[in-house]
Each structure stands twice: as structure tokens, then as C-alpha cells.
Design a protein around this ligand. Structure first.
Ligand code: C2E
Ligand code: MG
Ligand code: MG
Ligand code: MG
Length: 276
């Protein structure tokens, strides 16, 4: 990889979060070839219990390194993949790679390793999704209860009937469902009664100031209590400090993810963390 290219890429992408049309088209053109060129990989962020900081599973997160663009953040390329439809083949690859990895780790460890995979709304509306999930589970002999799919509230807002049927079909395969970025969407709470979810993930926006801002703490506490009332597990996202963790412990939040325990890990670093 040429150093000059990297410098350009960093300059190109550091000019702010806004992605202009030119940048979008450039990213899309490179993203189109990313799969076949083997430029995508998954990293795995541990999910741990709040009380004991015991690792209970991982969230798979996409990483993309392109020779011309450098490392592009998923916050930037996932929306482009979503809009262009590229998220469908990319998302299928993510599912397959996560299941393959779970099979490998579970065999080496002698017990199941749980992994959560993010799903885009666009994937949810594809007829082929259920078959893709079924095929991956069978091919890599993923035990029931080991794979979890993270879906945002926004994804549940349209095509409710269709999504409802799909979610029940997914559950029937022994796959768990989590609501990601909970509290940031526009949906009503009615779907919590309707859809068979087992976990709520409190968005990082409410965790960031949880130890300093009463409103953030009040929102986080309501989500934790809501989850408890509905007998759902609740995970706090983006925990970076002991002070934030202490507040979550006081709320009896079940689990957390965040830089405090670990950044997302390269796949080779996962088994050593689990004591192998
Ligand atoms: P998300 O699913 O809500 O993932 C959590 C994001 O928070 C990840 O960013 C993770 O690295 C970051 N994070 C975790 N702990 C901390 C912390 O303590 N502090 C801070 N500041 N950040 C933390 P990442 O990996 O950049 O992913 C961003 C988003 O891109 C994800 O948000 C998800 O919406 C999307 N994404 C990532 N991988 C995939 C994928 O395979 N498929 C789909 N459809 N979307 C993906
Ligand atoms: Mg997620
Ligand atoms: Mg999230
Ligand atoms: Mg988020």
C-alpha cells in the first residue's frame, strides 16, 4: 500500500462527517469490489456482565481497508452500502463469516461462543434473508442460542406485518434478536410487545453523560426498568469510564460493551481473551 495514497485518504476523509456526493460515489465504486478483493473483515467487541465483567459474547463489527482510501469507518460506508443495495451481499458475507468463526471458536474451545451480527433494514426486507441465516447455521453447525441479530428500531417501523412474520421465523431457528441503539428511533414502544426480542441495547448517547447529567441517567434508568419489566436483557453501549460503570451497576443493568473493558478485537485475539 502506497504511503502517499494513505495520506491522501486520511486528508480526504478527515474533512468532517458529512459525505458529499463525490465522496459517496468514490466510496461506492471501491465498495463494489471490496468483497471480491478481500478488503472486508470482522472485528469482535466483547460483551460483558456489569457485575462480574465476565465475557458473555461478542458483537461482530465490519472493518474495511481499501488500498486507495485507507481505513473507512462503517459509520461512513454502511449507509452508502445500504443506499446502493450493496449491503445485501456484504451483509450475507458478514453472516457467513461470523457463523464460520463461531463454529471454529466453539470447536477449539469446547463450548459455544456467542456472536451478535448487525442487520440493516434493507437486509430485513429481502426475501432471501431467512434462507441465508438457515444455510449459515447449518453449514457451520451453530448451536441454538449462539447467534444474535441486532436490529435498529427504525428498521421495524415499516412493513410491520412482514417484519413480524420474519422475526418469528428467525426466532424459530434459535436465533436471538436485539434492538440496537434503543431510544434513538422514532417508533412507539408497542413493537416491544409484538416482536420477539430478547435484548435492548441502550444507545451510547445516553451512556456518555450518565454520571454527570440527570436527564441521561433518567433515560438510561427507564430503559433498564422497561427491559426488566418485559423480562428482556439490557446492554449499555459505549461504556468508557469506571464512573459510568458504577452508575450502571447501581441501576442493575445486566451487561455492557465499551472501551473500558475492550475495544473491538481482531479475530486472533478472541480465544486468548477466553482463556485459550
Ligand atoms: P453499532 O452496531 O451501534 O456498534 C457500536 C459502535 O460503537 C461500534 O462502532 C463500536 O466500535 C463503537 N463502540 C463500542 N464501544 C465504544 C466506546 O466505549 N466508545 C466509543 N466511542 N465507541 C464505542 P463501529 O464499529 O464504528 O460501527 C458503527 C456502526 O456501523 C454500528 O453501530 C453499526 O450500526 C454499523 N455496522 C458495523 N458493522 C456492521 C455490519 O456488519 N452490518 C451492518 N448492517 N452495520 C454494521
Ligand atoms: Mg450493533
Ligand atoms: Mg448500537
Ligand atoms: Mg450505535
Amino acid at each position: 500500500r502506497a504511503g502517499a495514497d494513505m495520506d491522501d485518504a486520511i486528508h480526504f476523509f478527515s474533512s468532517g462527517m458529512h459525505t458529499g456526493l463525490g465522496q459517496r460515489l468514490t466510496i461506492e465504486a471501491h465498495l463494489r469490489r471490496a468483497l471480491e478483493h478481500g478488503e472486508l473483515r470482522l472485528v469482535y467487541q466483547p460483551k460483558v456482565t456489569v457485575q462480574e465483567q465476565a465475557v458473555i459474547g461478542f458483537e461482530a463489527l465490519l472493518r474495511w481497508d481499501n488500498p486507495a482510501l485507507g481505513a473507512v469507518s462503517p459509520a461512513q460506508f454502511v449507509p452508502i452500502a445500504e443506499r446502493s443495495g450493496l449491503i445485501v451481499p456484504i451483509g450475507a458475507w458478514v453472516l457467513e463469516e461470523a457463523c464460520r468463526q463461531m463454529g471454529e471458536w466453539s470447536a477449539q474451545l469446547g463450548r459455544p461462543v456467542k456472536v451478535a451480527v448487525n442487520l440493516s433494514p434493507r437486509q430485513l426486507y429481502q426475501k432471501s434473508l431467512l434462507d441465508t441465516i438457515r444455510r449459515c447455521l447449518a453449514q457451520y453447525q451453530v448451536p441454538r442460542g449462539s447467534l444474535e441479530l441486532e436490529i435498529t428500531e427504525t428498521a421495524l417501523m415499516s412493513r410491520e406485518e412482514e417484519v413480524d412474520v420474519l422475526m418469528h421465523d428467525i426466532r424459530a431457528l434459535g436465533v436471538d434478536l436485539a434492538i440496537d441503539d434503543f431510544g434513538t428511533g422514532y417508533s412507539s414502544l408497542a413493537y416491544l410487545k409484538r416482536f420477539p426480542v430478547s435484548r435492548l441495547k441502550v444507545d451510547r448517547a445516553f451512556v456518555r453523560d450518565i454520571d454527570r447529567d440527570e436527564d441521561s441517567a433518567a433515560i438510561a434508568l427507564s430503559i433498564v426498568n422497561l427491559a426488566r419489566g418485559l423480562k428482556l436483557k439490557v446492554v449499555a453501549e459505549g461504556v468508557e469510564t469506571e464512573a459510568q460503570l458504577a452508575v450502571l451497576r447501581g441501576m442493575a443493568c445486566d451487561e455492557y460493551q465499551g472501551f473500558l473493558f475492550s475495544r473491538p478485537l481482531e479475530r486472533g485475539d478472541v480465544l486468548p481473551l477466553l482463556g485459550r
